[in-house]
Design a protein around this ligand. Structure first.
Ligand SMILES: [Fe+2]
Length: 274
């Protein structure tokens, strides 16, 4: 593993027998995440697997009407997000594809998506000590597999945050390549009042891990390009949120819980208890 910037740590991994196996133990990865740091796992997922998710999702979206109205959290749908989140006031412009009913997709589409979501799910289970499967469970947390497209020409997601639990650690998998498929845009974080931008540090197949209550955002794609909802050019990521959509949403005040909860932040002098 290697610290590539302040609070940004790269960890090598192997993709073996369908599993992402990091070079250091899962507990050690979680310790780094909780310190907190942003951890980039070099998953080794094959390029063909990653690209097939983009192609399948784009093809599926072309033949599936855009969703409108409130999210039901129990189907497969896609939506052009262009609004300001009610509580947190985070502005956003991106195209998301949510596969809450992933197991109901046709066999080919399902297998393509599972090619990335199953390794992500098992990795997250190993990190958090869970053993969760897919499926919709009203009144309980469950997985919300999502493929997000940030089109060229001005897509972004403003600063926001999530409750720490039950997700604990957020996961963002890069499905295509910075510098080749897109030239701007990436996730940013704030840790101990320090801005951590991952733009340019996340290669295709890299999985970003972050403590889920850290304020974060997605920096914009360049306004120098023409914007188009229909053009699949731009940044694509897969994420695997785990939450109960009917539970109390995050507060409008930023959760600086990690400041209070972490007994000995990295580089800090231990407090003397008297
Ligand atoms: Fe987020």
């Amino acid at each position: 593993m290697k610290e590539v910037a302040k609070y940004l740590i790269k960890v090598e991994a192997e993709f073996k027998n369908g599993q992402i196996v990091p070079e250091i133990p899962y507990e050690e990865v979680m310790r780094l995440v909780n310190e907190p740091n942003i951890v980039i796992i070099k998953t080794g997922l094959p390029e063909a697997t990653l690209r097939s998710v983009i192609d399948a999702t784009h093809t599926w979206a072309e033949s599936t009407p855009l969703a409108e109205g409130p999210d039901p959290f129990d189907n497969n749908q896609h939506k052009q997000r262009l609004h300001i989140a009610k509580i947190q006031q985070a502005p956003q412009l991106f195209h998301d594809h949510t596969f809450d009913a992933l197991l109901d997709l046709d066999e080919s589409m399902k297998q393509t998506l599972l090619g990335v979501f199953t390794p992500m799910r098992q990795f997250w289970n190993n990190l958090t000590g869970n053993n969760e499967e897919y499926g919709i469970r009203k009144g309980q947390p469950y997985f919300h597999p999502q493929v997000t497209h940030y089109p060229l020409g001005g897509s972004f997601f403003g600063r926001h945050w999530h409750p720490l639990n039950p997700q604990k650690v957020g996961t963002i998998l890069a499905l295509n390549q910075y510098g080749k498929d897109y030239s701007s845009g990436g996730t940013g974080y704030v840790i101990n009042d320090h801005i951590v931008e991952t733009e340019g540090f996340q290669d295709m197949g890299d999985l970003i891990l972050f403590r889920y209550d850290l304020p974060h955002w997605v920096s914009p794609s360049s306004f120098a390009d023409r914007f188009s909802w229909d053009d699949p050019a731009g940044r694509w990521v897969a994420i695997l949120p785990f939450y109960d959509p009917w539970a109390k949403p995050a507060d409008k005040d930023e959760p600086q819980g990690w400041k209070a909860q972490i007994q000995a932040p990295k580089n800090a002098t231990p407090e003397v208890v008297v």
